[in-house]
Design a protein around this ligand. Structure first.
Ligand SMILES: Cc1ncc(COP(=O)(O)O)c(C=O)c1O
Length: 386
């Protein structure tokens, strides 16, 4: 090719949709091996993506081995065995169940299927990045309702936000990144305030960690009203399958699921993920043990951080959490705090959203992971120079 003049390419400004050009990038963080190489670290503790540090059930590993003989075939595009299994688990008819390459795949399908430029979407602030990015990708306008000063859902503010037309109302409970939940009464109030023609998307990525009397049965509450809805769940968190990419949606009706099928890539869930998910969903004992261990560690970490704050007065504030993570106001630039923690071998997620950029989100790990984080945080804040 030497000496040949390459043709001028059409400028990106002309090629890309304006909505895409202005999209914020999703902050996916970095892997352990990247951190090791980039920072020359011997020990790395990754607490940035809300994975289950106890890993997947041993039954999953066996199922994966069993699926290897089938990898030359395309996977079942309908995930039929899984849909039947989820019907048995949830009571939602198989025709109203949809699987995705992670639940984020389903969030994208929902936005593609429902949103036109200018449509209004209401969500929470701070929010899981893709609850904002996918609507913006479709040209929608996103209104975010901030949490209260006590890190709870602000119901009066939601009522006001929902008094105007909206095409999509989407929120997570427990919320990522804060960890707050909608209690049954609040859930009902929010749903009843929503415009009657809005699609309600309730993202329950972390619901296993919130098994408590005041955490509502969203399927029951949503079924009792007439707006269309979808509840999203994932195998990436409590089930420990983040690397395989599989999640599911439970819809109000079969038509919604069939329309989403039109914007779904046909073989979106690979055969290893389907086999693993079936095994994971069947091993409830393992799930309970992992969730119990994380809930216990969440309390221990919270108490230790509170004690650290009392003894050292760093200015830390922690949101009460019903997820497998803590949202911590460091009173300093979250980017700088995360970078300093990285140099001590701990990867956390700096929150960069406007109004919350002094917060880091830290996944609850194994006891040794949490101790590493706590020790690193104390060192970082002790050495901090304003
Ligand atoms: C609230 C929420 N929803 C959805 C997802 C996406 O999960 P996945 O695509 O791995 O199923 C996440 C991941 O962090 C999340 O926090």
């Amino acid at each position: 090719m030497s000496g040949t003049q390459l043709p001028d390419r059409i400028s990106g400004l002309d090629l890309y949709r304006p909505e895409v050009r202005s999209l914020p990038a999703y902050n996916a963080g970095i892997s352990e091996s990247m951190a090791r190489t980039r920072y020359g670290l011997a020990r790395v503790t990754k607490l940035a993506s809300n994975e289950n540090p106890f890993g997947a059930s041993p039954a999953v590993i066996e199922a994966l081995k069993g699926s290897l003989g089938q990898i030359y075939r395309y996977p079942d595009p309908t995930c039929a065995a899984l849909r039947d299994h989820v019907q048995r688990l949830t009571g939602v008819a198989a025709g109203r169940v949809l699987f995705g390459n992670g639940s984020e795949d389903i969030i994208e399908m929902l936005c593609k299927a429902v949103l036109s430029p200018g449509d209004r979407v209401v969500t929470l602030a701070p929010t899981f990045g893709l609850h904002e990015i996918f609507p913006l990708m479709m040209g929608a306008v996103v209104d975010k309702v901030p949490v209260t000063a006590d890190f709870e859902y602000d119901l009066p503010a939601w009522r006001i936000a929902l008094s105007r037309p909206a095409k999509l109302v989407m929120f997570s409970t427990p919320s990522n990144p804060v960890g707050c939940i909608l209690q049954a009464g609040q859930f009902r109030e929010l749903v009843e305030a929503a415009p009657p023609d809005a699609l309600l998307v309730v993202d329950e990525a972390y619901h296993e960690y919130a098994a408590r009397p005041d955490y509502p049965d969203s399927l029951e509450l949503l079924s009792a009203q007439s707006r269309p809805w979808m509840v999203l769940r994932t195998l990436s968190k409590a089930y420990g399958l983040a690397g395989l990419r599989i999640g599911y949606g439970l819809g109000s009706d079969a038509e919604l699921v069939s329309v989403l099928g039109k914007v779904r890539t046909p073989f979106n869930v690979n055969c290893a993920a389907q086999a693993a998910a079936l095994a994971a969903l069947s091993d409830t004992e393992y799930l309970q043990a992992a969730v119990c261990a994380t809930s216990r560690e969440r309390s221990v970490l919270m108490e230790r951080l509170k004690a650290l704050e009392i003894s050292r007065g760093f200015g830390l504030r922690m949101a009460p959490s019903h997820g497998n993570f803590l949202f911590i106001d460091t009173a300093r630039s979250s980017r700088a705090v995360a970078e300093a923690l990285m140099r001590h071998g701990v990867i956390v997620k700096p929150w960069l959203e406007t109004g919350f950029d002094t917060f880091i989100r830290v996944t609850v790990g194994r006891p040794e992971d949490n101790e590493h984080f706590q020790d690193a945080l104390e060192r970082v804040l002790t050495a901090w120079k304003f």
